[in-house]
Design a protein around this ligand. Structure first.
Ligand SMILES: Cc1cc2nc3c(=O)[nH]c(=O)nc-3n(C[C@H](O)[C@H](O)[C@H](O)COP(=O)(O)O)c2cc1C
Length: 365
């Protein structure tokens, strides 16, 4: 962050690595399960992202780095040439509109089902089955126990993040965000209740953060640190996650990421442990990280303004409000009313609840 002004507002520009963002209202990553055959991006997806290109930065829906990383129907990938070509249309569309777009790189780990893997078990840090059910093309099914990756295999998964990052470069993105949040593979290594390993990827905090850092370094090799962001969700229980000492785990993670001078740290502030002694003040992470900080989770105009004006965050990402308001930055700037997101059309389907949310009268796109 090189141009932090004395009294920044949500609508002031900010430099993010080589990119000048015109303001600080970011579009949060959102899975919409509308990918085409071969898990490709479609013309409808291009339209959706193009409509939202007035975001300071678009973070795409989570996108698989390998077939092993798949766990939801109709989600896009970045591991085939066809997928690269399909994403190129999306990045060209957003750039034509003057926007910037980072690809969120994803491996679901245990949040999957053998039906996505030719009958083989999904993989994870350890053989710990999540409570609950998984989305499949045949409806919801109970989770099954995953298989723990061997020590040697972990290097191969890191390589798949590197390949995904290289393909993202080829597809014309402006950078990448590593999805280390919400109970997916990297989070499964980070947190003590899903990581029971006794090799160099498990046990101590330094060992549990190793996979996150190796994946981050792989992205940095491809992109340079200033075009790599990382997303964490330290106090989310989503996907049956918990940690014995989240404050230590995530403070160490944030500090190590800070040493790498990555473009930003993106923290989902949802707190499912608010009444638990293990809860902690997430601002600790901002201080441990020391670089550009992006916050997310239930922000509205008032809270977002305050977060930026107080210096607590450089950027705020909006999920559901961006889903339902393609022109969200303009609406926030004008204090206009917002469309409400319809959860029944979040996942799957076509244009309805996707590209048909109205813009303000007279909007340009
Ligand atoms: C439909 C939907 C899909 C989501 N998919 C992703 C995803 O692919 N990757 C991710 O990191 N978070 C995902 N999230 C979480 C959002 O990025 C965000 O953290 C959450 O919606 C809270 O922000 P909000 O209160 O502004 O909506 C998703 C949320 C929604 C509503």
């Amino acid at each position: 962050m090189t141009n932090k002004t004395e009294d920044p507002t949500l609508f002031d520009p900010v430099d993010l690595g080589p990119h000048r963002l015109p303001h600080r209202v970011v579009m949060a990553p959102m899975t919409r399960s509308r990918a085409g055959s071969g898990n490709t991006a479609t013309p409808l997806m291009e339209r959706y992202y193009r409509q939202r290109s007035s975001a300071a930065l678009i973070l795409t829906e989570a996108t698989q780095v390998s077939p092993q990383g798949v766990g939801y129907p109709d989600t896009p990938g970045i591991h085939t040439d066809e997928q690269v070509r399909s994403w190129r249309s999306v990045t060209d569309g957003v750039h034509e509109e003057g926007g910037r777009i980072f690809l969120q790189l994803w491996h679901v780990g245990r949040i999957s089902h053998p039906m996505y893997h030719g009958g083989e078990k999904p993989v994870s840090a350890s053989a710990v089955r999540p409570e609950g059910e998984v989305y499949t093309s045949d409806g919801m099914k109970p989770f099954e126990e995953p298989r723990a990756l061997t020590t040697d295999e972990v290097g191969g998964v890191v390589a798949s993040y590197r390949d995904g990052a290289a393909r993202a470069l080829e597809a014309g993105f402006d950078g990448v965000e590593l999805h280390a949040a919400n109970g997916y593979l990297i989070d499964q290594f980070l947190r003590s209740e899903t990581n029971l390993r006794d090799d160099r990827y498990g046990g101590s905090v330094d060992n549990r953060v190793r996979f996150l850092l190796e994946a981050t370094d792989a992205l940095i090799d491809v992109w340079g640190a200033d075009r790599v962001g990382v997303r964490l969700a330290p106090l989310s229980a989503f996907n049956d996650m918990a940690d014995a000492d989240p404050k230590t785990t995530f403070t160490v993670a944030a500090a190590r990421l800070g040493e790498r001078n990555i473009a930003y740290l993106h923290v989902v502030e949802q707190n499912d442990f608010a009444d638990d002694a293990r809860s902690f003040d997430l601002d600790t992470l901002r201080d441990a990280f020391g670089g550009a900080y992006m916050v997310n989770g239930g922000y509205d105009l008032g809270r977002a303004r305050k977060a930026v004006a107080s210096g607590r965050a450089e950027m705020v990402s909006f999920g559901r409000d961006f889903l339902a308001n393609p022109d969200l930055p303009e609406r926030l700037r004008e204090g206009a009313e917002l469309n409400e997101a319809d959860p029944s059309t979040f996942y799957g389907g076509g244009a309805e609840g996707y590209t048909d949310y109205p813009e303000l009268e007279g909007a340009h796109v």
